[in-house]
Write a protein of this length. Structure first.
Length: 230
């Protein structure tokens, strides 16, 4: 497909709520608010398969070999699908809120998921076993999540409400927490209360994050220093 050429994917009857490329950029997953997910060829938009999730799709990803697709929904349901046929392989139940991220760890049988319930879960996608959980009890709200290509570095958009005493009262803090693979915070990027933390993307190597912000702009941060680059 030539640059600027429209890809004839077709019309969606409902809003598109999640999108995701495979690692080669050959396949594209498209989820809409009616619960349907379409797997299409990125080159020409032709349909490969389709399936329906439990709730509006909120996160989509492919395995390293693109043989499997993972979906997360607004109801917290995580599921594994066969890419070519659209056949359901298994559901992974555990999140109590919207699934914000699903990601296959390269070279392993682990799927990572992060939910609005302030929980990170690891699953063996071959057996469906929930192998490890991590939560952030001090965080009031988690509204976005992203990770590096190898899943070793994670970012979550967080809101924390603190009582600072009778003089200062209650204050709201918004920030992106940079986490290691164990879900432990290694650094924090404050964004100011006037900005959003409900949209974040991470570079493949985990060195940068991009976030949505007010005033029609996108901001880019260095995950090591916390410095704003743009």
């Amino acid at each position: 497909m030539r640059s600027g050429q429209r890809c004839p994917i077709g019309e969606f009857k409902k809003a598109v709520t999640a999108v995701g490329f495979d690692r080669k950029g050959e396949l594209l997953a498209l989820g809409s608010s009616d619960g349907k997910v379409r797997i299409v060829k990125a080159q020409d938009g032709s349909l490969v398969s389709s399936f329906s999730t439990g709730g509006s799709p909120s996160a989509l990803s492919f395995s390293s070999d693109s043989a499997l697709a993972a979906s997360g929904s607004s109801k917290g349901e995580v599921a594994i699908w066969e890419t070519k046929s659209g056949q359901l392989i298994r559901k992974l139940d555990g999140h109590k809120g919207k699934a914000l991220l699903v990601a296959f760890e390269p070279g392993s049988d682990t799927l990572l998921s992060i939910g609005a319930d302030k929980t990170m879960r690891e699953w063996n996608f071959n057996t469906g076993q929930n192998t490890r959980n991590m939560n952030w009890p001090k965080v009031t709200e988690v509204s976005s999540a992203a990770c590096s290509e190898d899943c070793s570095i994670i970012a979550i958009g967080a809101v924390e409400i603190k009582y600072l005493g009778s003089y200062s009262g209650i204050r709201e803090f918004k920030y992106f927490a940079i986490l290691n693979r164990q879900g432990e915070e290694v650094s924090r990027i404050g964004v100011g209360n006037e900005n959003h933390v409900d949209a974040v993307a991470m570079s493949c190597d985990g060195s940068l994050i991009a976030s949505g912000a007010l005033r029609d702009c996108v901001r880019i941060y260095d995950t090591t220093t916390g410095g704003q680059l743009a």
